[in-house]
Design a protein around this ligand. Structure first.
Ligand SMILES: NC(=O)c1ccc[n+]([C@@H]2O[C@H](COP(=O)([O-])OP(=O)(O)OC[C@H]3O[C@@H](n4cnc5c(N)ncnc54)[C@H](OP(=O)(O)O)[C@@H]3O)[C@@H](O)[C@H]2O)c1
Length: 312
């Protein structure tokens, strides 16, 4: 019988790259989605609402792994209505999955739940591993995001699933070539001559190549000694200035106009997003992955971006 992996909220960017990755490994992939549709690949989509128990629960029986990726995109304005949607989509899905796992006769061996590297404090000092300081600060405008991440992990940790190992994926920005990932947008800015430093460029950016993200998920599934929070980031964070220089180089852009904080505020308002995604300094290292012997195929940003742009 084939091994089964269930991707809750697996119709988006990370779900799609994981589905493709595991499908090549002869794994049965099931996606829980609010809008199931027939697919040309071997992935099966099953309906759930991300909040209440339903027939979808039987899909978890005997699964090798449950991976929860459900959540309204953070790329939006954080007004009250969106704050509620961002929070509810993450807490409700995590809570109901916990109840479903607890009710299984043969629960999944492991449950990986999305979290984010944004949970760590705005940081210009040495990089933090999993034990780093958690918290938000007004300067980075990240207080709400840290609150989401903390609540998300609290609900996950509170789920009583004694037969199921649990890992919170504290994920940095995943670089991929799909249109719904960040990299194509950065490349577009670069080509338009807008690939200069953002807000001075000294803030750190933690990132991971999509292939290493998928390999690391598989690595965690296969290593029973890994549990709790795991940082999903390449070992070499860069500054925003280094990121934008790499983007300009890949685009062969002769120049890139820098953007001061006030310009980012105006741009973010017009594009219906938040400046926090650009101004917060995220400097982390994947302590647990490295200590367990994981070897990154793409540890350096420039070669990672170059490799990914070959697909464009
Ligand atoms: N991509 C990154 O670089 C990154 C980095 C750190 C953390 N994360 C986190 O990892 C998770 C997955 O990221 P992603 O990039 O794959 O996001 P994505 O492309 O936006 O996909 C998220 C999925 O969540 C589901 N969803 C949206 N609203 C929902 C709701 N109200 N109730 C239930 N499900 C809902 C959607 O599935 P259906 O519409 O099919 O139901 C969607 O496919 C997110 O929680 C994100 O915050 C991502």
């Amino acid at each position: 019988m084939k091994t089964k992996i269930v991707l809750a909220g697996g119709s988006g960017f990370l779900g799609s790259i994981l589905a493709s990755y595991f499908a090549t490994k002869d794994v049965e992939v099931v996606v829980l989605t609010r809008n199931p549709r027939p697919r040309a690949d071997l992935v099966r989509e099953v309906c759930w609402d991300g909040a209440t128990m339903g027939g979808w629960k039987t899909e978890l029986e005997g699964a090798r792994a449950l991976i929860n990726l459900a959540g309204v995109s953070v790329n939006c304005r954080y007004h009250v209505r969106n704050r509620l949607r961002l929070l509810a989509s993450r807490l409700d899905s995590t809570r109901v999955l916990g109840e479903a796992v607890a009710r299984c006769a043969h629960p999944p061996a492991i449950w990986l739940n999305s979290s984010t590297a944004t949970i760590y404090k705005h940081n210009f000092g040495p990089p933090w591993d999993e034990a780093g300081e958690i918290g938000g600060c007004a300067e980075a405008k990240d207080i709400f995001s840290v609150q989401i991440a903390t609540e998300w992990e609290r609900v996950f940790n509170e789920a009583e699933t004694p037969q199921t190992r649990k890992v919170a994926l504290r994920c940095a920005m995943v670089l991929g070539h799909a249109r719904n990932s960040v990299l194509p947008n950065l490349l577009r800015l670069g080509r338009l001559g807008l690939g200069g430093n953002l807000d001075g460029g000294r803030q750190f950016v933690s990132w991971i190549h999509q292939e290493d993200f998928c390999r690391a998920v598989e690595w965690i599934i296969e290593r029973p000694e890994l549990s709790g929070p795991v940082l999903m980031a390449a070992p070499n964070a860069v500054t925003n200035a280094e990121l934008m220089a790499a983007i300009r180089k890949v685009c062969a852009a002769p120049f890139g106009l820098p953007a001061a904080r006030w310009m980012l505020e105006v741009g973010a308002f017009l594009l219906r997003t938040e400046t926090e995604l650009m101004i917060k300094s995220r400097r982390v290292v994947p302590g647990k992955l490295l200590a367990s012997g994981f070897i990154f195929h793409h540890p350096h940003l420039f070669s990672a971006i170059t490799q990914l742009t070959k697909h464009n």
